[in-house]
Design a protein around this ligand. Structure first.
Ligand code: ATP
Ligand code: MG
Length: 559
């Protein structure tokens, strides 16, 4: 899929402006700063495309920075999954760093602020600190420790660092303005005491920087020029700028905030996604119904389609929910170009051809038909598909009593078996419950390849699989994981809107032999049924990626 030139949005405009003014000597450096506390999801994909994509568009660089300032919740295991997911999406960080790489510098800078009288050790507990911050429109009140002497602050901070005090007993706060109209500037906490082992720095630290103290400074240390994040950090920007100003950082980074990506029928909260996994609602972080990168990947979403969607839906400052059908239409467009066509029968019904010839040994004749792998891409070539007198067709493709406008197979009706022969239903065989278990048909030997000698027309072409050659398969059909467009809108709890029927497993599917050679993870089109991804671990398990119908087009038409 084509990736068009530099997109037009407020971020690329800012870069153009900076480049024209020579602000960073034309340098463009961004970063993607996830917290290693979970798997990445489709919202992160958007951030990755914006961060790495903007750098790429301007021949700049983009680092991956693991924001490991919360030793309680972080695990090294998530780091490797984050790196893999970024790579799968098609990007490569110029470097991988951790906020903890900068703990020494951050500490020294904090000492500088203390020396300048711009930070102090507060002995109040967390509850008191939040209670005295005031609220929007109401000023906060000064801590009784706010005017400690510099020497005392230096001494206490050194002892905090040395592990002399219990968790939560003291914090280091910036000394800005407890009456500031922006709450973020009311003496925010820079360090808290946590006598805990960190997954990278071990026992070295008893104090850990807050995200607010680490973030802008880490950008500055790395030389980030355009620090891109989501809108919830907008009110933090003046604080980040204040820190950099007090530290007299030359050519400081500037932060740009864009609206988070939210999709209909989807949640992106890591906490709630984790609950789906622990409650067993889904089978894991990579369940094909999950909006994680791993889930989308296992479902068969191509990375190119996710990238194109993230780029082309735009990067704005207005929060909105994008239709999941729009993402699916990018997936379908990409797969239409790349996926090979195969025949598979998901709910099989036996079709028997009366008078089917036998071969020299008296066994039913096997004919091999050459079919095109992908009409959109001649380079994919052709393959041979076996055809015999006993076939599988879809149960849906036969009706004993056809409803109006039903043009598929019914008694006396002639249809085309794709690329093979025209057949006419003659009689049915039923089981003890009166269910049709077999349709017996005649066939026109002069329609070999699916084109009758006399050029007569039939209204329907159906897919089929030779019974003798069919492979057994399981097909997983997926519906939305949440029934409502905005999960949780009614009750505040998204999990109240879970769709109890989000997966249907069809365990007796019959597929053509070529599918036995499908590579793990390969996505193919099952003719007439949709796109299906071969599972990456379980052989002969196929996940429906998307159906064939472009629902996004109909949604747009409806306006
Ligand atoms: P979550 O709410 O899922 O825990 P988070 O924002 O806490 O997400 P981080 O690991 O801190 O997760 O996010 C790393 C980067 O990804 C941040 O820059 C964040 O702004 C961005 N990001 C997270 N979710 C989205 C989203 N839905 N849309 C766009 N960007 C996102
Ligand atoms: Mg976060």
């Amino acid at each position: 899929m084509s990736e068009p030139g530099v997109p037009n949005n407020f971020i690329t405009e800012a870069v153009h402006r900076d480049n024209a003014a020579g602000t960073y000597d034309g340098r463009v450096q961004t970063r993607f700063p996830p917290e290693p506390n979970g798997f990445l999801h489709v919202g992160h994909a958007k951030a990755i495309v914006v961060d790495f994509g903007t750098a790429k568009d301007f021949d700049g660089t983009c680092m991956l920075r693991l924001d490991d300032t919360n030793p309680e919740t972080e695990e090294e295991a998530f780091v490797s999954s984050i790196v893999e997911d970024i790579e799968w999406l098609g990007y490569e960080p110029t470097q991988i760093r951790h906020a903890s790489d900068y703990f020494d510098t951050l500490h020294d800078w904090a000492v500088q602020l203390i020396e300048k009288g711009l930070a102090y050790v507060d002995d109040q507990d967390g509850e008191t600190i939040s209670a005295t911050r005031g609220s929007f429109g109401t000023p906060g009140t000064d801590s009784p420790f706010r005017n400690r002497r510099v020497e005392e602050n230096l001494d206490l901070f050194a002892r905090m660092r040395a592990g002399e005090f219990p968790d939560g007993s003291r914090v280091l706060r910036a000394k800005i303005d407890m009456a500031h109209e922006n709450m973020q500037l009311r003496d925010p906490v820079m360090y808290r005491i946590r006598n805990i082992t960190h997954h990278r720095t071990g026992e070295a630290w008893s104090i850990y920087p807050t995200y607010d103290w680490a973030h802008g400074q880490s950008d500055a240390i790395e030389g980030v020029t355009h620090s891109i994040c989501t809108l919830e950090f907008e009110s933090h920007r003046p604080l980040y700028d204040w820190f950099l100003e007090q530290l007299e950082v030359a050519s400081p980074p500037r932060q740009y905030e864009f609206a988070r990506l939210e999709l209909t029928h989807t949640i992106t909260s890591k906490r709630r996604l984790a609950k789906l996994v622990t409650d067993g609602v889904v089978e894991g972080w990579d369940d094909p119904r999950m909006p994680t990168i791993r889930g989308l990947r296992r479902r068969g979403y191509p990375a190119a389609a996710i990238r194109a969607f993230c780029r082309e839906v735009g990067t704005t400052r207005t929060n909105s929910r994008k239709a999941i059908e729009e993402l699916e239409s990018y997936v379908r467009r990409e797969l239409n170009a790349t996926a090979q066509r195969r025949m598979a029968v998901t709910r099989p019904l036996k079709l028997v051809l009366e008078d089917w010839p036998t071969d020299a040994e008296g066994k039913p004749l096997v004919e091999w038909f050459e079919v095109v792998n992908n009409p959109e891409n001649p380079a994919d070539g052709t393959r041979q598909v076996p055809f015999t007198g006993e076939l599988w067709i879809e149960q849906d493709d036969f009706k004993e009593v056809p409803p109006p406008k039903y043009f598929r197979l019914s008694p006396g009706r002639e249809v085309r078996l794709r690329g093979a022969y025209l057949v006419t239903a003659r009689e049915v065989v039923k089981d003890a419950n009166g269910r049709v278990v077999e349709v017996r048909c005649s066939f026109d030997p002069d329609s070999r390849g699916g084109t009758p000698a006399d050029g007569r027309k039939v209204k329907s072409t159906m897919h089929w699989v030779s019974a003798q050659h069919a492979l057994e398969a399981t097909v997983a059909l997926y519906d939305r994981l949440f029934t409502t467009e905005a999960p949780g809108e009614r009750t505040g709890e998204p999990l109240d809107d879970l769709n109890p029927e989000s997966r249907e497993l069809l365990t007796s599917a019959k597929v053509e032999p070529a599918l036995g050679d499908a590579a793990p993870g390969e996505v193919v089109q099952f003719e007439r049924l949709g796109y299906f991804a071969t599972d990456d671990r379980t052989p002969m398990l196929f996940h429906r990626t998307v159906g064939l119908r472009d629902e996004w087009a109909s949604i747009q038409k409806r306006g």
